[in-house]
Design a protein around this ligand. Structure first.
Ligand SMILES: CC(C)(COP(=O)(O)OP(=O)(O)OC[C@H]1O[C@@H](n2cnc3c(N)ncnc32)[C@H](O)[C@@H]1OP(=O)(O)O)[C@@H](O)C(=O)NCCC(=O)NCCS
Ligand SMILES: [Zn+2]
Length: 233
């Protein structure tokens, strides 16, 4: 069995600290599943790996009955944006948690918005965060978790190019953003971030990117600004 992935606490780490490539420390699958013997484990992995690759199927109850108010319908573009807020029913939270676990396993991120245990399964502990999923047909293929923050710095992407963290006007922060692996580099994350910025009526360049950023996350953040620096928080 490989070593356990390192769980990185979002707030602890400076952006210049790279999240370790899982191939270096985890003797497992790119989805983050660790190899170990047993048919039961392999079946669970196969099921999990499909979700990591294609996205997470919506629970039927979510499909048929609008338990969760869609934030946005874009039938012309073939997607919808689903939103889960703290006050929403538990079924939405369970679904959001299921998606967030994919990112936790693949990238080693801590999940700041949830209790990670059975008792509180699917429940939010923070009051603020909102979860958005981009849904095509019956699958959610990407998600983001956002919250407000008044503590941020600017960063030009270089090791020494970060300003001091300061308290300022409240801004929207992307805490987590993740896209199913077969859907990557197709504009899903860009669409998610654009739609969220639009819903909150803020310019996309005003978004604060939660640290630590992965290499792909950094590339995404810089692709969405033309001024050569971003807010991090
Ligand atoms: C980061 C992530 C969310 C990007 O999602 P995505 O849907 O593939 O991003 P987009 O297709 O909208 O990419 C927009 C632009 O960002 C940049 N970009 C995104 N991923 C990149 C990568 N892996 N390498 C280099 N540039 C990348 C590119 O400029 C891209 O435009 P292009 O495809 O026209 O060149 C996705 O790779 C992912 O889920 N990774 C694992 C989780 C993760 O690292 N999350 C970020 C945490 S900070
Ligand atoms: Zn796998």
């Amino acid at each position: 069995m490989g070593k356990k992935p390192i769980i990185v606490k979002l707030a602890d780490i400076e952006p210049k600290t790279k999240i370790k490539d899982k191939f270096l420390y985890n003797n497992g699958c790119p989805c983050g599943w660790e190899y170990c013997w047993g048919i039961y484990n392999e079946q669970r992995h196969a099921h999990y790996h499909l979700m990591w690759s294609y996205g997470v199927p919506l629970p039927e109850s979510l499909n048929c009955i609008p338990y969760i108010e869609p934030a946005l319908r874009r039938p012309d573009f073939g997607y919808m944006l689903w939103r889960v807020r703290p006050e929403d029913p538990n079924i939405g939270h369970k679904f959001a948690y299921k998606m967030a676990r994919l990112m936790q396993r693949e990238n080693g991120y801590d999940l700041p918005g949830w209790h990670d245990n059975k008792k509180h399964f699917g429940k939010w502990i923070l009051k603020q965060p909102i979860f958005y999923a981009l849904v095509t047909r019956d699958r959610a293929v990407g998600f983001t978790v956002v919250e407000e923050t008044d503590h941020y710095a600017t960063w030009d992407g270089t090791p020494d190019g970060r300003s001091e963290f300061q308290k300022g006007r409240k801004k929207l922060k992307i805490c987590l953003v993740w896209v199913a692996s077969l859907w990557r580099r197709m504009g899903v994350a860009t669409t998610l971030v654009n739609e969220v910025a639009r819903e909150h009526k803020i310019p996309i360049e005003d978004i604060v990117w939660g640290i630590p950023l992965t290499e792909a996350g950094k590339a995404l953040a810089f692709s969405l600004t033309s001024r050569g620096w971003i807010y991090i928080g």
